[in-house]
Design a protein around this ligand. Structure first.
Ligand code: BGP
Length: 486
């Protein structure tokens, strides 16, 4: 058998894209509640109020003015508010996951549902909601895999404290962790701290109002300290906890064998491996410290930060893998295509999805090898998948053969990494196992699920769930522990 007997087959979601119920049951506002939908050609916009009370909007890449606060405009549509409504459908959805044979289910806890302002005020109804969800999962023998924070922050912390730029946010986050660790210590074993930590740079994700490198890396330092403290605390509360980190892994190939292109690829890859180095090895890599020096970035640390980072290293590396990119020393020589949160370089050897993401199954094996060779701790693929437009036929069926084809090739690549390369892979949770809102574009049109949800880009639809062709295919993959991919 290729995959270990207890391999964690499942699926992945995130509260801000799936849960909905944005003000139900005492939940507070989160930054993501103030970001509109968009598309491939139209960016999502953050709506906010300036200090003088003016209502304005900016893209996520732009910084919000200092002192500006998130604002929900009653005339606009915000996809997170209902999302695909896990809040009211969790029993039905979990029954469908159980029917597919899921061994685990990755979801995130909404910080603003537990602590509406992000401070030390607790919302019992929020805790009770996740109790009900975990109980429902455990009823079917499905192991919850919990992302503590996926791409958002309570709006109050963002606007009153400047989010992760403020050291106090570390303390509030640890209070949140302590609350959920203690409450769910007998229900949840697998945790990961911050989703795609290498992509955190905007107000919506980390609540910062200035996103130049000085502010961004100070906020990132706070995230590292918070993650390490969470690992230490979690292990104290329950030594059986497995607490991982989560990075978006996009391997970059040199565009040519010109050593300058090889160096460019090395630098690109370092950009993301830096986040893994700190959380797995517990220290900042030398190249980053040199870069800080050159860029005159000064990180404010507290006396015991280095010790905390060293002590709070993670148990496993969780990562998303969708695509690869390429690097060239001469950017004028390359063409750009779409990509996860940032454009990627067109690779003539690879095809792309409708959203321009390269499709590169061998890149997954390469990533697994690189990560395992370098870090030697268990790996968990916590996101992978193919965003596509699905067509519902007259009889209600959906033939998503393109998705099956994508998964087939990626699971075959995982199998090679395990059987030929000896990688210690503990699980696989394809992204958006049930249709949900796209993080990048805010669309529903870009679907990833094995389960279809009737909802369009403007919030119209019955929210009814139905099984796609890939549902039955994945069920068979799980039943045979990945042996039968046809
Ligand atoms: C990752 C995120 C997810 C998810 C996925 C797909 O960046 O962790 O939240 O959405 O990518 O991206 P998109 O939704 O933009 O297609």
């Amino acid at each position: 058998m290729s995959f270990r007997k207890d391999f964690l087959w499942g699926g992945a979601t995130a509260a801000n894209q799936y849960e909905g119920g944005y003000l139900s049951g005492g939940k507070g506002l989160a930054t993501l509640d103030a970001i509109t939908g968009g598309s491939k050609d139209q960016p999502r916009m953050i709506t906010f109020k300036t200090k003088d009370g003016e209502i304005k909007e900016v893209t996520r890449e732009e910084a919000l003015p200092v002192g500006a606060v998130g604002y929900v405009d009653p005339d606009k549509y915000y996809p997170s508010h209902v999302a695909t409504d896990f809040y009211h459908h969790y029993e039905e959805d979990i029954a469908l996951f159980a029917e597919m044979g899921f061994k685990c289910f990755r979801m995130s806890i909404s910080w603003a549902r537990i602590c509406p302002k992000g401070t030390d005020e607790i919302n019992e109804a929020g805790l009770a909601f996740y109790d009900a969800v975990f109980d429902e999962l455990l009823k079917y023998g499905i192991e919850p895999v919990v992302t503590i924070n996926h791409f958002d922050i309570p709006m109050y912390l963002a606007d009153e404290l400047d989010g992760w730029n403020n050291r106090k946010t570390v303390d509030y986050f640890i209070f949140f962790c302590e609350t959920i660790f203690k409450r769910y210590k007998d229900k949840v074993k697998y945790w990961m701290t911050f989703n795609e930590i290498n992509f955190l740079r905007s107000w919506t994700q980390i609540g910062i109002h200035q996103n130049d490198n000085q502010h961004r890396y100070q906020a990132i330092h706070h995230l590292f300290v918070a993650s390490a403290k969470a690992v230490i605390l979690g292990h104290e509360i329950n030594p059986d906890f497995q607490i991982g980190m989560m990075v978006a892994y996009i391997p970059s190939y040199p565009m040519t064998s010109n050593p300058e292109d090889v160096m460019a690829a090395l630098e690109f890859n370092r950009g993301q491996e830096f986040f893994i180095d700190v959380q797995v090895k517990g220290t900042y890599p030398a190249h980053k410290l040199k870069w800080f020096e050159r860029e005159k970035i000064v990180i404010q640390k507290e006396a015991d930060d280095d010790e905390i980072l060293k002590k709070g290293t993670v148990d496993y590396i969780g990562f998303s893998y969708y695509m690869s990119t390429a690097s060239s020393a001469n950017p004028e020589n390359v063409k750009y295509v779409g990509g996860n949160q940032q454009p990627a370089v067109k690779n003539p050897y690879l095809e792309e999805s409708e959203w321009g993401w390269t499709v590169d199954p061998l890149g997954l094996r390469i990533s697994l090898c690189k990560l395992y060779d370098r870090y030697q701790i268990p790996l968990f693929i916590v996101e992978n998948g193919f965003g596509a437009v699905d067509v519902v036929k007259e009889d209600g069926s959906i033939d998503d053969d393109y998705r099956i084809d994508y998964f087939k090739k990626h699971i075959a690549a995982m199998k090679d990494a395990v059987t030929l390369d000896g990688v210690d892979l503990i699980g696989y949770t394809p992204w958006g196992c049930i249709d949900l809102v796209s993080a990048g574009t805010g669309e529903m049109k870009k679907r990833y699920g094995f389960i279809y949800v009737d909802l369009d880009d403007h919030g119209n639809g019955t929210l009814e769930r139905s099984r796609k062709k890939s549902f039955y295919w994945y069920k068979d993959v799980i039943a045979t522990n990945g042996e039968n991919l046809d």
